[in-house]
Design a protein around this ligand. Structure first.
Ligand code: SAM
Length: 213
């Protein structure tokens, strides 16, 4: 059962999210990760998996817009951004963001990616996607890892070399294996339990920096 301090903290972050115009408290998890690892650096083409209600998309848009203003970056610059969000659940529209209501593990989703991004590779892939928890930690963890493996597959096909990646995983039996797979794909892999995460939850974020190939 959540204790009073936890309830108080949740309530305070909820109010802060509302004040700052975010659709959910999870915006602060992403902002926390951004402050530490600068994953939005030079990110113009962004995919967000499991987006409802949309607070990560709001954060992504903010940084993509900021990146457009950095005209003097001689390494990589674009004059526009493209952001796509997908969820099985309904997601209310956000201006200038492509929103899809579908299962991102379906083969049709890859077609949608190709069409929207014109076959170009992406700078950043985010996933806060989680399975519907049943309450059984073991089977929930196994189902979440299976979902995460699907996401790695999407990543290998769509993320550009040197692109960044963020994914929510559950700690448990298969976690180490998943972490090793990430290590093979990225120059650097970090893990973080954001300050705004529930302390008793086994969720953890893995950050893949600079895809190797
Ligand atoms: C924690 S919520 C995301 C919150 C979001 N990052 C935000 O800040 O508003 C996780 C979402 O993942 C979605 N999801 C899980 N599996 C999915 C799948 N296979 N395809 C599409 N969406 C999925 C769920 O429907 C859920 O809305």
């Amino acid at each position: 059962m959540p204790n009073d301090a936890e309830e108080h903290r949740k309530d305070a972050t909820y109010k802060k999210a509302k004040r700052e115009g975010y659709r959910a408290r999870s915006a602060f998890k992403l902002l926390d990760i951004q402050n530490r690892y600068n994953i939005f650096k030079r990110a113009f083409y962004i995919l967000d998996l499991g987006s409802t209600p949309g607070s990560w998309l709001q954060v992504a848009k903010k940084y993509a817009e900021l990146n457009l203003t950095k005209h003097k970056d001689k390494y990589y610059q674009r004059d526009h951004y493209k952001i796509m969000g997908v969820d099985i659940k309904r997601l209310s529209p956000i201006e200038d963001i492509k929103i899809l209501k579908m299962d991102f593990t379906s083969p049709e989703f890859q077609v949608e990616i190709n069409n929207y991004f014109n076959g170009e590779k992406l700078d950043l892939i985010l996933s806060d996607a989680s399975i519907n928890k049943s309450g059984n930690k073991f089977s929930d963890q196994a189902r979440q890892i299976k979902l995460c493996l699907n996401i790695l597959d999407l990543l290998t096909k769509n993320l550009k070399i040197k692109g960044n990646f963020l994914i929510k995983v559950f700690q448990g039996a298969d976690f180490e294996n998943f972490y090793k797979k990430m290590k093979l794909l990225f120059m650097d892999v970090r893990s973080l339990k954001p300050k705004s995460s529930n302390k008793r939850s086994n969720e953890i974020y893995l950050i893949g920096l600079k895809k190797k190939y």
